[in-house]
Design a protein around this ligand. Structure first.
Ligand SMILES: O=P(O)(O)OC[C@@]1(O)O[C@H](CO)[C@@H](O)[C@@H]1O
Length: 369
């Protein structure tokens, strides 16, 4: 088993996330809402903390005990010398602490990422995309919606803090989509990633599967609370349904939630710093009973393969053998971890000299049955 991806060494992708993206995000969150002086000083304290050793959550935080256990090996260590998955997850938990998300009081339950999420739903880019999708001829709707769901993953607000290039490589780094379609029947589990411009096409794909009778039920997993900047929560699902309220698909989706054909879950495991190897029994049961689980996005990919430094050509099937049922990864590449890339493709991509693994311009659809 290769090592976990760490936040060291200097200049590595994880290091730049901590060094550049997290301070920028703290500043952006602080500017996004008129936070009170106590919240602003807590954000300043976090900005300073992330340059030194990791500190525990305040003892009166509602989940302090849980995090004490999870962070046992890391408290006192430098943020720049721990597993990347842990560092990011703990950073986001601490950001919510700073803005008072869990504290009884006026800021309780206020999503600090909402100021970035809402404009996306009202924006011209989404309106154009919806218009294009609505014009797809019936024979191209399935593929078109899967493609929209795949590239919707590029619209990740945290990622946009450090990238300017929104290009797309047309050839997928790996493409098992032909084996995905036959699996899309019965109960399909979709583990969502980002809100807004990613969640809208995910929901339209869910509607398509239900409307065509391919799927009888969609289990849509979202985050239990705001996480990784733009990750989808139940509030974001509702915002998308309201955005689609005048659209026939939106009306069907609204009804599907009411009948249970579209069931939304917000499992506490969704916001933990662990890979799906550690999924608790009830979550593993959802995965095991689905005809396929579609894991959306980069973070879910990292959690699926354990965020380890795998050789890029190790078969996806080998790495995901442990997974309780058929699984598909639908992801644009925004971190170093990849598996299942053919050696010729790998050589070609490496020869470009571009940071193809992390710059979000490449994508993959991988399936393991
Ligand atoms: O899961 P997503 O939204 O596709 O991507 C999450 C992400 O932006 O966050 C991490 C760095 O912060 C990387 O794994 C990835 O680039």
């Amino acid at each position: 088993m290769p090592n976990s991806v760490l936040t060291s060494p200097p200049g590595s992708f994880p290091w730049t996330v901590l060094h550049d993206r997290h301070p920028a995000l703290i500043a952006k969150v602080g500017d996004g809402l008129p936070y009170s002086p106590d919240r602003l000083s807590a954000l300043d304290a976090l900005a300073s903390e992330i340059t030194g050793p990791i500190r525990p959550l305040p003892p009166d935080a509602h989940d302090a005990g849980t995090w004490t256990e999870w962070s046992r090996d890391y408290v006192g260590e430098s943020w720049y010398d721990v597993p990347f998955l842990f560092a990011e997850s703990y950073f986001y938990r601490k950001l919510l602490e700073a803005v008072g998300y869990f504290r009884p009081g006026p800021w309780q339950g206020v999503d600090p990422f909402e100021p970035a999420k809402s404009p996306e739903l009202r924006g011209a880019a989404l309106a154009e995309e919806l218009a294009l999708l609505s014009e797809l001829p019936p024979g191209q709707r399935d593929e078109g919606l899967l493609t929209a769901s795949l590239w919707g993953n590029q619209a990740d607000l945290g990622f946009q803090l450090s990238q300017t290039d929104g290009g797309r490589s047309t050839a997928l780094v790996a493409d098992d989509s032909a084996s995905l379609w036959p699996l899309l029947n019965g109960t399909v589990c979709i583990v969502a990633d980002n809100a807004g411009r990613e969640l809208i096409p995910d929901l339209l794909l869910a509607d398509r599967l239900l409307e065509t009778g391919r799927a009888t039920r969609i289990l849509l997993h979202v985050k239990a609370y705001p996480y990784f900047t733009s990750d989808a929560t139940m509030a974001d699902v509702l915002a998308c349904l309201r955005r689609l309220a005048d659209d026939p698909a939106g009306k069907r989706l609204w009804q599907a939630v009411r009948t249970g054909a579209l069931t939304v879950r917000a499992h506490p495991f969704s916001v933990t710093p662990f890979s799906y190897h550690d999924a608790p029994a009830d979550l593993a049961e959802d995965f095991a009973t689905a005809s396929v689980t579609i894991m959306k996005g980069d973070l879910n990919y990292r959690r699926l393969v354990g965020d380890r430094a795998w050789p890029a050509d190790i078969p996806f099937r080998t790495v995901t053998e442990y997974f309780p049922g058929p699984v598909a990864a639908v992801r644009t590449l925004k971190s170093d971890v990849v598996t299942g890339v053919r050696p010729e493709m790998l050589a070609r991509l490496d020869a470009t000299g571009e940071p193809w693994r992390t710059n979000g311009t490449h994508a993959m659809i991988q399936v393991s049955t």
